[in-house]
Design a protein around this ligand. Structure first.
Ligand code: ADQ
Length: 405
């Protein structure tokens, strides 16, 4: 009888996330809080763990303290069953240099592969909000015998410049892979749609190790997974695509099936939050059959006093809404919004404070931001631009610990 294939999961979590500044001023992008309770990395880890992938390494580098701490305190699996989620900070094992790219990050960490000796390696990004059962992708990967299987999704062609763009034949073999092209190709049946890489890959171990070694010896390479390793395997004719549209996740609804967001920019981060707050949200955090996992701090329940209200909103534990009106917003844990304040279409991260009579509209307030009594944010665009970060679509963003007086 053939045993279950042994899979090592490698989560790439070393990215800087420059376009999410100021939320990434003090933390790695995968550690950015999301949806009240979570950090971005919780989505990929939940998908992998729910699918039974229980040997996972998370490669970190940039400002990784809060990410390392979150992973080691929250994601403790069973030692006795040989399950682990380990943060692996850059260690300079091959000399005094940091990771030069995502492929170099894995090349420098090959000791993890030699230790575990897996049959296959799942290399997944850490910056996306979605539900996916990677077990179904693994089945296709094993059956096809491909060196690598790349998860693909249809996206609007205009957004595809940020992605690897895939063309494949009837047997799902990738015939062309263009990393972030200026003029993305469209799918045959729709000129406005591109088939894009989700940045999630399943490799047979030997294909990955050989590709990484060849890449390390190539002085012209950028040592990037999407830019160098995947095109190399496409040229060798051994790369296949897995269509995310075929993925079936227990408990998903017609409405949230196929949901996947790259929250790489402030606007995308903001929009993905707005996808959570309606009565029938586009992304359903309440699917218990495929839970998004995390650990929440020991806080008391949320409290609403002095006729304070929150509608079409999520409110985290420990938060107090006192005589304030909150609509269309994500209020994380331990937030206080005081009497007469109005919060509309906003995202408040843990510990934010909004003073009496203040107005906060279309804003992101990072951890421990204090908005003083009577202050108005998102009301006068000119003065907001002078003092704060304002995104392309007009979201006002205050970084960790900032004060608006
Ligand atoms: P990007 O997301 O732009 O495109 P990248 O910036 O390399 O690619 O990030 C991929 C993942 O690797 C992220 O999770 C990031 O945190 C991590 N990462 C980046 N640099 C790293 C480093 N030096 N060390 C460790 N981890 C690092 C990729 C693919 C595209 C695909 C999109 C989908 O290259 O083909 O379409 O993801 O979002």
């Amino acid at each position: 009888m053939k045993g279950k294939p042994r899979v090592l999961g490698i989560v790439l979590a070393g990215g800087e996330g420059k376009r999410l500044w100021p939320l990434t001023a003090d933390r790695a992008k995968p550690a950015v809080p999301f949806a009240g309770n979570y950090r971005l990395v919780d989505f990929v880890l939940s998908n992998l763990v729910n699918a039974g992938f229980h040997q996972l390494c998370v490669l970190t580098q940039y400002k990784s303290h809060s990410l390392d701490r979150h992973i080691s305190t929250t994601w403790r699996l069973s030692n006795v069953l040989g399950q682990y989620v380990t943060p692996v900070p850059a260690q300079q094992r091959l000399g005094p240099r940091w990771y030069t790219g995502s492929a170099d990050a894995i090349f420098q960490s090959l000791n993890l592969v030699y230790d575990e000796q897996p049959d296959h390696i799942a290399v997944f990004g850490a910056d996306h909000v979605y539900r996916m059962d990677p077990g179904q992708m693994l089945e296709q990967h094993v059956e096809s015998g491909a060196g690598v299987t790349v998860a693909g999704i249809r996206v609007p062609r205009l957004e595809a410049r940020a992605f690897g763009c895939i063309d494949s034949d009837a047997d799902r073999r990738i015939t062309s892979f263009l990393e972030k092209p200026d003029d993305p190709p469209s799918v045959p049946d729709d000129p406005d749609v591109t088939f894009a890489s989700m940045g999630n890959y399943l490799f047979s171990t030997s294909a990955l190790v050989e590709a990484l070694r060849a890449d390390a010896a190539d002085r012209d390479s950028m040592h990037d997974m999407g830019g160098d390793i995947i095109p190399m395997l496409v040229d060798q004719g051994t790369a296949h695509v897995y269509d995310f549209a075929d993925n079936v996740v227990p408990g998903e609804t017609e409405r949230d099936k196929g949901y996947w967001r790259d929250v790489g920019t402030l606007d995308a981060y903001y929009d993905a939050h707005m996808d959570l707050v309606s009565a029938h949200p586009v992304f359903n955090l309440y699917n218990r059959q495929w839970p998004i996992r995390t650990a929440t701090p020991p806080l008391p329940p949320a409290k609403f006093v002095n006729s304070g209200t929150a509608t079409e909103s999520i409110v985290g534990p420990g938060s107090i809404i006192s005589g304030a009106t909150v609509t269309d917003s994500v209020i994380s844990a331990d937030v206080v919004i005081e009497d007469g304040a109005v919060v509309e279409g906003s995202v408040l991260l843990p510990g934010a404070r909004v003073g009496k009579g203040a107005v906060v509209r279309k804003a992101i307030l990072d951890k421990n931001v204090v908005v003083g009594d009577g202050v108005r944010l998102g009301v006068e665009p000119e003065s907001d631009r002078e003092r704060y970060t304002v995104s392309a679509s007009g979201v006002v963003v205050l970084g960790k610990g900032a004060r608006a007086d």
